[in-house]
Design a protein around this ligand. Structure first.
Ligand SMILES: Cc1cc2nc3c(=O)[nH]c(=O)nc-3n(C[C@H](O)[C@H](O)[C@H](O)COP(=O)(O)O)c2cc1C
Length: 208
């Protein structure tokens, strides 16, 4: 359902309006629009300003079909519970690129951290944190633009996707974001019906 741009949405309103959309109209989305949304989403913070988050855009019928061919074989496709997800005209895969973080943390002002030595030196892989952060911003910007989106896992197909689209070996996909105009026949997943946990259960004031 096309609702048009909602540029007046505040961050709070965009967060409240966002729901995972699993059914799309086939209406194409201009590549320029997607590039602009990504350009704005990458304003999110990155560790040491490493900027090691990159995005694979699959735009239009052929590229999107190529993604699904690599990740969902014909036998499983007939029984796939969200056929409307396969109609999304755009898929974006955010990648964290560890090499950029290692290089950055070898620079003089960061060298003493030891994080430039290897990915194993990182207690938390910040390339994943940063990619997730940009992915969330992208979803909010999609909502602001009036379209729908859904972040979903690649479920072990990461290597197949990387190979098919010539992604460098060390770049790590965090998942895939479907983007497009929401269709009216969207079907919620069972996860979406779970109650939001009370704030008191998730906030730990001064002691857990
Ligand atoms: C890390 C992550 C992985 C997810 N993987 C899937 C997925 O593989 N398939 C799917 O349909 N939804 C997936 N989702 C969407 C969640 O099911 C959804 O965000 C959650 O149920 C809350 O519903 P809402 O997004 O509509 O608020 C994923 C979300 C996140 C953040």
């Amino acid at each position: 359902m096309k609702t048009g741009p909602q540029d007046s949405l505040s961050v709070t309103q965009a967060l409240a309006a966002r729901r995972s959309c699993r059914s799309y109209e086939t209406t194409p989305v201009d590549l320029k629009v997607i590039r602009d949304l990504i350009d704005r989403a990458r304003r999110t913070p990155t560790a040491g300003n490493s900027q090691g988050v990159e995005f694979l855009i699959l735009h239009g019928e052929n590229q999107v079909a190529s993604y699904w061919d690599a990740t969902l074989d014909e036998a499983r496709r007939d029984a796939f519970p969200w056929p409307g997800l396969l109609l999304a005209p755009v898929l974006v895969v955010p990648y964290g690129v560890p090499e950029r973080y290692l290089n950055r943390y070898q620079e003089e002002d960061k060298e003493s951290s030891g994080l430039g030595e290897s990915v194993n030196a990182w207690p938390i892989p910040y390339w994943i944190v940063d990619a997730a952060s940009a992915a969330t911003a992208l979803q909010l910007l999609v909502v602001e633009s009036g379209m729908g989106c859904c972040f979903f896992g690649q479920f072990g197909n990461e290597e197949k996707v990387s190979q098919r689209f010539s992604v460098p070996k060390d770049a790590q996909a965090i998942g895939t974001i479907a983007i497009g105009w929401a269709a009216e026949n969207d079907r919620l997943s069972t996860s979406a019906t779970r109650e939001r946990r009370p704030l008191e259960d998730v906030v730990h004031l001064s002691e857990w």
